[in-house]
Each structure stands twice: as structure tokens, then as C-alpha cells.
Design a protein around this ligand. Structure first.
Ligand code: FMN
Length: 329
């Protein structure tokens, strides 16, 4: 997710779940081929398994970037056919590629020929007012013939005119049944569903129909939820961490490493502000970590102030539950 799932965010999420596949932000082929490759591609060993998502449409460029993905150690390379932003449309990639399945197939084939890691595609169920199942079925069928075996399907249309990217994540209706139908019609393909899925029970319900679930905004805003996923969905014997305090401890070490490398801790910390969400005091904890006046302080000092603020608010909540509950909700 652009501006969200950078390497710091992924490192944080990896403290919570060892097995969930993590995705980078979309990186355009142009940025990779003509820009600062280490800035876009470098990541920590701890982030595995991690997929690089590409934005682009030119088969030769996609192949060159897939090679880079493999060289840098990514576990998967994914092609974005779901982004509706105008800037992306001007570049003739993202969701508008759904209108050109032949071009996507050429791109996928070029990528597959260039690398041995999985090449996957993320897409929508349709574009603009095309509501028919046949459209997405033919899209998947064409791309599958080119060798793609994994599809992540955001279960709503992209409306390419008149909606912002944010509106395009909320307004076009969700139609999960189309994604379920894809799995029925292409049982040999791996089909993952995406869009509006929040609770663990919803994830489990979806897994009765499809092979995987991609969770975007919910995972970002309520990261602690991921701490239960290794056991519930991946058959792990134990969760990677037992408490939010334990995550925070490990995260502070990472923040200090960032500072030691000359980066402000706030760059990474913004992705972890939801750690205590759902518990009393979470809002106060967030406020301290987001306070611009504290940005020059050492990580441990801000952590001390944030914990103190959180615990004080939690204590007040215990003493006055009716008064505090809505404040932190
Ligand atoms: C801030 C933000 C940035 C996003 N950037 C990308 C992106 O780079 N590539 C992509 O495939 N989807 C991107 N998305 C869409 C999400 O991957 C996902 O498809 C969408 O939010 C619906 O799933 P959700 O309801 O679980 O969040 C982005 C979403 C958000 C909120």
C-alpha cells in the first residue's frame, strides 16, 4: 500500500506474524529502471516472505524489474492491475490494464521467462460499469494461459472516472461471490480475495471459498490483530509474541537502530501508532508518539512518556469506566 507498507512498516508487521505474506508498496518500472534502486528495493532479512509489487505495462520493463526483484531476494513479484489513480492511468497501467488482457499476458509471460520466483497479479473484478462475471473470468483465463497461477482479487470494480483512489476503495460495491466463482471455475489456480475484510471470523469464512485473504487497511490500523494469525491460519504452535509490551520492546530496538543509522525514529514509528488500539490509553500513547515537540528526544525517553501516559489513562478508565470508554474507543 503506497506510503504505508514501506520497509519499516513491514518490519513492524513481521514482529506480529511470521507467516503472513507481506507486500511492498507499488513501485513503478520507471522508478526502478531509472531511479534509486536501493531506496526502492532494499529490505531487512526479517521481512521474508515478502512480495515486490510492480506498476507498469511494458513487457520488457516488467521482465527487467522482475529480475531485479529476484536478485534483491524477494519471494514473489506481483503486477498491479487494480490501482485506479489518474496518474497511474496516464502511465497506462494499474486498473486500466484490465481492459488489455493480452498486454498483461505478454507482461506476465515476459516476467515468468525472466525469473523463477512466482509471478502474481492483483486486480479488480471489473472496471467502470462492466458488471459481468465474464469480464473478470476472461481476464483471469487469459493471464493464466500466460503462466500466472496466483491471483489476488479486490472484489470491487475500479471506476476510472470521477472517483478518487480512496473512494475507489469504498464506493464501488463489494461482490465477493464473483471471486468465489473464479475459484470454482479455476480450481487449479490460487485465488486470494481482498476488500473490506476485517475480523478473523470473516477471514475464516472467506477461506471456505478461496485460497487466501489479503487484508489491507484493517491490518494497518489494528496491527495487534495479526498477532493471532500464525496460530489461527498457519498452524503455528505459538504466536511470535505474547504481548503488546513484547512487540513494543522489539520495536524500540529497531527504532534505535534507525537513529544510529541517521534516520529519525518518527519515520518508522508512524506505522506502529495503532499497536495499542482497542485498549484504554491507546489514544494517549499515540498522542505522545506523534507529538512533534518530542521528535528530538531519544526513543527510550519518548517510550517512557508514552507508556506513562497510556497507563495513567488506563487507570482512570478502570476507575471511571463509563466516563472513559468513549474517549478511547
Ligand atoms: C493508503 C493505501 C495505499 C494503497 N496502495 C496500494 C498499492 O500500492 N497497490 C495495491 O495493489 N493496492 C493498494 N491499495 C489497495 C489495498 O491493497 C486494498 O486493495 C484495498 O485497500 C482494499 O482492501 P482492504 O479493505 O483490506 O483495505 C492501497 C490502499 C490504501 C489504503
Amino acid at each position: 500500500m503506497l506510503d504505508w507498507t514501506d520497509r519499516h512498516c513491514r518490519y513492524f508487521h513481521r514482529l506480529l506474524t511470521r507467516h503472513t505474506l507481506l507486500y511492498t508498496e507499488m513501485v513503478t518500472t520507471g522508478a526502478l529502471l531509472h531511479g534509486d534502486q536501493p531506496r526502492h528495493l532494499d529490505f531487512s532479512e526479517q521481512e521474508h516472505p515478502v512480495a515486490l509489487q510492480l506498476g507498469g505495462s511494458e513487457p520488457a520493463d516488467l521482465a527487467a524489474c522482475a529480475k531485479l526483484a529476484q536478485q534483491w531476494g524477494y519471494d514473489e513479484v506481483n503486477l498491479n492491475c487494480g490501482c485506479p489513480s489518474e496518474r497511474v492511468q496516464r502511465g497506462a497501467f494499474g486498473a486500466c490494464l484490465m481492459a488489455e488482457p493480452g498486454l498483461v499476458a505478454d507482461g506476465v509471460k515476459a516476467m515468468k521467462d525472466a525469473v523463477s520466483i512466482p509471478v502474481t497479479v492483483k486486480h479488480r473484478i471489473g472496471i467502470d460499469k462492466i458488471e459481468s462475471y465474464d469480464f473478470v473470468r476472461d481476464f483471469v483465463g487469459t493471464i493464466a494461459e500466460a503462466g500466472c497461477e496466483v491471483f489476488i482479487v479486490h472484489a470491487r470494480n475500479a471506476w476510472l472516472q470521477g472517483l478518487s483512489p480512496k473512494e475507489n476503495r469504498d464506493i464501488p460495491p463489494l461482490r465477493y461471490e464473483l471471486v468465489h466463482r473464479l475459484k470454482q471455475e479455476f480450481p487449479a489456480l490460487t485465488i486470494a480475495i481482498n476488500g473490506g475484510i476485517k475480523t478473523d471470523d470473516q477471514i475464516e469464512q472467506q477461506l471456505a471459498y478461496v485460497d487466501g485473504v489479503m487484508v489491507g487497511r484493517q491490518a494497518y490500523h489494528e496491527p495487534w490483530q495479526m498477532a493471532g494469525w500464525d496460530q489461527r491460519f498457519f498452524g503455528a504452535a505459538a504466536a511470535p509474541v505474547q504481548s503488546r509490551e513484547a512487540v513494543e520492546d522489539q520495536w524500540l530496538v529497531y527504532l534505535e537502530q534507525q537513529v544510529a543509522q541517521g534516520r529519525p525514529w518518527s519515520q518508522a514509528m508512524r506505522h506502529a501508532l495503532g499497536l495499542w488500539n482497542g485498549l484504554p490509553g491507546a489514544r494517549r500513547w499515540r498522542q505522545v508518539w506523534s507529538d512533534h515537540r518530542l521528535k528530538h528526544l531519544p526513543v527510550r525517553e519518548v517510550a517512557r512518556q508514552a507508556t506513562e501516559a497510556r497507563e495513567t489513562a488506563a487507570e482512570i478508565a478502570r476507575q471511571h469506566p463509563a466516563f472513559q470508554a468513549p474517549v478511547d474507543a
